[in-house]
Design a protein around this ligand. Structure first.
Ligand code: GRG
Length: 294
């Protein structure tokens, strides 16, 4: 079994681009910039943006063409984490080893920081000058809006909230994982491929790859919430159990959850077979997901 190393060079590119794009100086009213900046620059793997870069690159796009979208994905992801941590949702005090946004800035500002990051994501993508033609930028915006709204992440989150304290069936668990986590991950890979002007057949394979990758990512997230270490994860473990959440380990047990994660990684890698471009970086990323400890 391959133990892949995370592409830190790509993570660093995203980190630098986030510093480049995010306003360097707080404007009036400063607190909202401080709150957004706190959550955006508090660490994190930058997984969705790295996936977008690797996919775009595999199909021949230049890094500079992909970075605004990669950063937009990170804004949306950060938005979802800020809102997920709120007292009305998961009520978590720790994220990436640091106090959550509402703990530092209050619930009102945290809600608004999330809202602002969501809008800023689309502003960044739409306003960045790149060589990518307008029709492809529009398609990227469609992908990300689809994944993060009621067709994707929001519905997953609502179903997740409704599943607490209930015995849910596998189809509901799959719905939650596909929408809450899978859609944004899928949109990240698709957006990279769209920027690179990949063909419809290639886009289909990328979609299948990313859907299975997203499933594996969420199963390993569930597993780490049971067996992970708080120091490595930067958040309290056992949160799913405390909230009585439906997860793969709670429904199937740890061993079966691990087997399902491996199956999803195998499916993801198989989806890339017969591609004419070099997809080895995507295969490595899939192995990272399976073996990850944070
Ligand atoms: C904000 C669009 C939007 C919707 C609101 C709150 C909410 C509805 C959705 C929450 C979605 C959510 C938090 C899903 C969890 C996904 C997940 C596995 C998060 C952890 O991602 P990592 O491991 O974290 O990539 P890092 O810290 O590395 O960035």
């Amino acid at each position: 079994m391959t133990k892949a190393i995370y592409p830190d060079d790509k993570r660093k590119l995203v980190e630098d681009a986030l510093y480049h794009f995010f306003p360097a100086k707080d404007r009036y009213p400063e607190i909202i910039y401080k709150a957004m900046r706190h959550s955006l620059f508090s660490g994190g793997k930058r997984f969705r943006s790295v996936l977008c870069l690797l996919t775009g690159e595999a199909f021949g796009a230049e890094i500079d063409e992909i970075l605004p979208t990669a950063c937009g994905l990170e804004y949306i992801h950060t938005y979802s984490l800020i809102h997920d941590d709120l007292p009305a949702i998961d009520n978590d005090d720790l994220r990436r080893g640091k106090p959550t946004c509402h703990v530092l800035f209050g619930e009102d500002i945290a809600i608004l920081a999330g809202d602002a990051l969501f809008a800023e994501a689309f502003y960044l993508i739409a306003s960045s000058q790149t060589k990518v033609e307008a029709a492809r930028i529009l398609k990227v915006i469609e992908e990300l809006a689809y994944a993060s709204g009621v067709r994707g992440m929001v519905s997953g989150q609502v179903a997740d909230l409704q599943s607490a304290d209930k015995q849910v069936k596998t189809d509901i668990l799959n719905f939650i994982h596909e929408r809450k986590t899978g859609e944004l991950i899928t949109s990240a890979a698709r957006a990279g491929a769209v920027i690179a002007d990949a063909s419809d057949t290639e886009l289909e394979k990328v979609t299948r790859f990313a859907q299975q990758l997203g499933l594996a990512f969420q199963i390993t997230d569930d597993i780490l919430d049971v067996v992970g270490e708080t120091d490595l994860l930067g958040k309290e473990v056992g949160s799913d159990e405390r909230h009585n959440k439906a997860t793969f380990p709670s429904l199937f047990g740890l061993d079966e959850a691990k087997r399902k994660a491996k199956e999803a990684v195998d499916n993801a890698i198989n989806a890339l077979i017969d591609m004419e471009v070099d997809t080895s970086s995507l295969v490595d990323l899939a192995w990272f997901v399976y073996n990850r400890e944070h």
